[in-house]
Design a protein around this ligand. Structure first.
Ligand SMILES: [Fe+2]
Length: 301
C-alpha cells in the first residue's frame, strides 16, 4: 500500500520555535497508524516542545498508562524533546473512587515529572492550567472545572515570565462555560479566560472535543485566542485523527492541523466549541467542513 499523502504541507523550519500539540490519544483506543506517523514526524523534524493536552488514556487503566509511557519515551523523550502533559478527565482512576480522590495521579507512574509541567523555551513559556479535578459537586465529572487554586498557580507562573517572552497556556478542557447546546462545559472557564486576557497570552491550547479549532473569544479584558487540537484516537468526532503544528511567521502564530488524509487545515476545524467529543448528531452542532463523522458513536469506555 502506498504511503498516505498530505496536502497540508508542513512549513520549513520556521522563525521561532516549532511546537507540536497532541491531544486525546486515549491509549486503549489509540490510532496506531496515526501514532506511528506522529512518531516519525517528531523524529524527522525534532520540534522544540510537545504539549499533550490531556486524555492520554481511555480509563486510566494501568495497561493504558504503560502503553502511553512506552510511546512517549520512544517517540518523544528519546529525541530529547521536552514534553508537558496535561491531565484529562479520562486520566483519573474512574473505577476506583478512593484512589481517584486520594492519589489521582498515581497511575502516571514514570511520567509524573511531565505532568502539568511548565516549559521554558528561548523567548517563550508554556504554562499549564489544570481543568480536570478529582471530584466535583455535579454528576458529570467529565466536565472541566478551573479551581481558584489552579488558576492562581497558573497566573503566578505567568506573572514570573519576562515581559518580552511569549506565553502559551496548556489546558485539557476548552475555557468555555457553555458548549454549543448551552450545557455546562468548564466551570469558571470564563473567569479564567478573562484573567488570562490581562496577561498578554498568545493562545490557550486545549483538547477534549476531538476536533481542532482556532477561535478568538472576547472577554471583558480583551480577546483571547483559543486553539484546540483534535484526537489521535479512534474516537473521532467530525475529522480524521490529527495533531496541531504551531509555527511563527513574522511574529504571528500559525496553526497547521496535520493529518494523514490529505485534508487542508481550514477543512479540519470546527467553528465553535461543542460540549463534548461525541459525534454531532443534532442540527446546529459544529461539524468541520471535511465532515468525517463516524456512522456509529465510538466507544466511550
Ligand atoms: Fe478525549
Amino acid at each position: 500500500m502506498a504511503d498516505p499523502v498530505e496536502t497540508d504541507t508542513p512549513q520549513d523550519r520556521p522563525q521561532g520555535p516549532l511546537l507540536f500539540q497532541l491531544s486525546d490519544i486515549h491509549f486503549g483506543l489509540e490510532d496506531n497508524t496515526a501514532l506511528d506517523w506522529v512518531a516519525a514526524e517528531i523524529a524527522a523534524r525534532k520540534p522544540d516542545a510537545v504539549m499533550i493536552t490531556g486524555d492520554l488514556t481511555m480509563r486510566a487503566r494501568h495497561s493504558e498508562f504503560a502503553a502511553a509511557r512506552e510511546w512517549i519515551e520512544r517517540a518523544i523523550l528519546a529525541h530529547n524533546v521536552p514534553v508537558t502533559l496535561e491531565v484529562g478527565n479520562h486520566d483519573m482512576p474512574y473505577f476506583n473512587p478512593i484512589e481517584r480522590f486520594f492519589a489521582p495521579y498515581k497511575r502516571f507512574k514514570g511520567l509524573e515529572a511531565l505532568v502539568e509541567r511548565p516549559l521554558g523555551l528561548p523567548g517563550m513559556a508554556i504554562i499549564p492550567l489544570k481543568t480536570a479535578v478529582r471530584a466535583q459537586p455535579r454528576l458529570n465529572w467529565s466536565k472541566g472545572w478551573v479551581t481558584d487554586r489552579a488558576l492562581q498557580e497558573c497566573l503566578s507562573l505567568l506573572d514570573a515570565v519576562p515581559d518580552t517572552a511569549r506565553r502559551l497556556v496548556a489546558v485539557h478542557h476548552p475555557l468555555r462555560e457553555v458548549g454549543t447546546h448551552g450545557t455546562a462545559l468548564t466551570k469558571n472557564g470564563e473567569k479564567a479566560l478573562a484573567e488570562l486576557a490581562k496577561r498578554n497570552i498568545t493562545a490557550v491550547l486545549s483538547g477534549h472535543v476531538h476536533d481542532a479549532f482556532d477561535i478568538t473569544e472576547d472577554t471583558p479584558n480583551g480577546p483571547v485566542r483559543m486553539i484546540g487540537a483534535g484526537t489521535l484516537s479512534q474516537r473521532v468526532r467530525s475529522t480524521p485523527p490529527s495533531f496541531n503544528e504551531l509555527t511563527f511567521r513574522d511574529g504571528e502564530l500559525h496553526v497547521s492541523v496535520r493529518n494523514l488524509e490529505a485534508v487542508a487545515s481550514d477543512d479540519m476545524m470546527i467553528g465553535s466549541v461543542p460540549e463534548n467529543a461525541l459525534p454531532p448528531r443534532q442540527p446546529g452542532e459544529p461539524v468541520a467542513p471535511v465532515g468525517h463523522v463516524p456512522r456509529t458513536d465510538p466507544p466511550v469506555h
